[in-house]
Design a protein around this ligand. Structure first.
Ligand SMILES: [Zn+2]
Ligand SMILES: [Zn+2]
Length: 153
């Protein structure tokens, strides 16, 4: 289904659906992690013994993001991560990321919507768009830090 809509979209913009574009999208569709950098996509394709160059993967991911099939995420890590973008607004969500290990989680959008409502109330604006990011230390890294501190005592 995803593949069908992609092919239609590509064709309508005079891009061809190539095997590479399909396989890259498939990696996203099948990945449990959901948020992948181009490097991760490349690694996963190698694991599948799919023959593709790194440059092609990077180019393909970039194109798919430009076409709106992938959403590009920037967390100041020096690399971009991507996730499948669905046109349906209900699936828009924000993220929290661990500064230490890079783990990325999705936030319940209701929490963010509440925040937006408060912003509107405070400013009198009608918020039409937002991009919120939360940074911190995940539970795993917190307990690692704690045990390190305990050792050094
Ligand atoms: Zn962490
Ligand atoms: Zn996400």
């Amino acid at each position: 289904m995803l593949y069908e809509s992609l092919r239609k979209e590509l064709r309508s913009r005079k891009y061809r659906m190539t095997a590479q574009r399909e396989i890259v999208l498939k990696v996203f569709a099948e990945s449990g992690e959901r948020h992948l950098g181009a490097e991760d996509v490349y690694r996963k394709l190698l694991e599948k013994r799919y023959r593709i160059s790194k440059a092609t993967v990077y180019r393909t991911v970039e194109l798919l993001s430009k076409l709106g099939f992938l959403r590009r995420l920037e967390f100041g890590e020096g690399v971009y991560r991507y996730e499948l973008a669905t046109p349906d607004a209900e699936t828009v969500h924000q993220h929290v990321i661990c500064r230490n290990c890079g783990e990325l989680l999705e936030i319940d959008e209701q929490l963010v919507k509440q925040l937006v409502k408060n912003v509107e109330k405070q400013t009198g604006y009608v918020v039409t768009d937002y991009d919120v990011k939360f940074f911190g230390l995940c539970p795993k890294c917190q307990s690692k830090n704690k045990s390190k501190a305990d050792e050094s005592e």
